[in-house]
Ligand binder design. Structure first.
Ligand SMILES: *Cc1c(COP(=O)(O)O)cnc(C)c1O
Length: 250
């Protein structure tokens, strides 16, 4: 039997509530971001009808669907850029997205800051960090900041510069856990993100580091148990994507 978007949203929300209950967190401390990349406006509107308001896209090239979806939604939606962005595309990102989860360089941060100021908007940003050390991963290197003073110095220098920029409001950290056979095996990466967050929050109290964007279809329950405040969920809501896209993104 083919399930509807509404049924899948309900099922994910049940899982989120169960994970919250296990660790005594209020269910409203977690925001479900529906990752709508590759999917058409019609499907996104089904998710809106099911009550979702936060949507994630990973390619600037797909932002053409945002305006039509916003117009037909009838309620305000929040769009999250979750994918790697090349600096020459930063301008376009600031037009459509109010949350950027994939900020991974000072250079890009400076561009976003410039465009945000020009448009007189405030961009909510999360620093994407690579806590696993996988060579293929985007993100600021952060797999051994506790044992490697040089890595820590680089990371801290980047954070120091980014939190000082106008037009940006740093809200926390984001990571993508490695693909693992069992969801439980992703747990150490979520713990690592939370510990890093505690570290930067302690040293850079100028901003509020509350947000942790971590957890996807295969591992979001574990991420919530470890403190995720945003979970980014695609397949569990919209079904499978084209294989090609899946390969390109990790
Ligand atoms: C595609 C994507 C997701 C969602 O992945 P699913 O496995 O479909 O839930 C989450 N985060 C990022 C950065 C993505 O690119």
């Amino acid at each position: 039997m083919v399930s509807t978007v509404a049924e899948r949203v309900a099922s994910v929300q049940t899982q989120i509530a169960a994970a919250c209950a296990r660790v005594h967190r209020p269910v409203d401390s977690v925001t479900l971001i529906a990752v709508s990349k590759t999917h058409p406006a019609s499907l996104i509107l089904e998710a809106v009808a099911a009550g979702l308001r936060d949507f994630g896209e990973n390619r600037v090239e797909e932002s053409g669907k945002i305006k039509p979806v916003n117009e037909r939604a009838g309620v305000p939606l929040t769009w999250h850029m979750i994918g790697h962005v090349q600096s020459r595309k930063a301008r376009e990102v600031t037009r459509h997205f109010r949350w950027i989860h994939s900020l991974d360089s000072v250079k890009l941060a400076e561009r976003y800051a410039r465009f945000a100021q020009a448009d007189n908007v405030m961009l909510n940003v999360l620093l994407e960090v690579n806590v696993s050390g996988e060579a293929t991963k985007e993100g600021l290197e952060a797999n051994r900041w506790q044992s490697d003073p040089a890595q820590r110095a680089d990371l801290w220098a980047a954070v120091r510069q980014i939190v000082a920029l106008p037009g940006l409001r740093v809200r926390g950290l984001m990571t993508i856990a490695p693909i693992v056979p069992e969801p439980e095996q992703a747990r150490p990466y979520f713990v690592a993100l939370r510990k890093l967050r505690d570290g930067v929050a302690n040293d850079f109290p100028v901003t509020d580091w509350q947000t942790l964007s971590m957890g996807m279809t295969d591992d979001y329950s574990i991420a919530i148990e470890e403190g995720a405040t945003f979970v980014r969920i695609g397949r569990a809501i919209f079904g499978a994507r084209e294989q090609v896209q899946d390969k390109a993104e990790r």
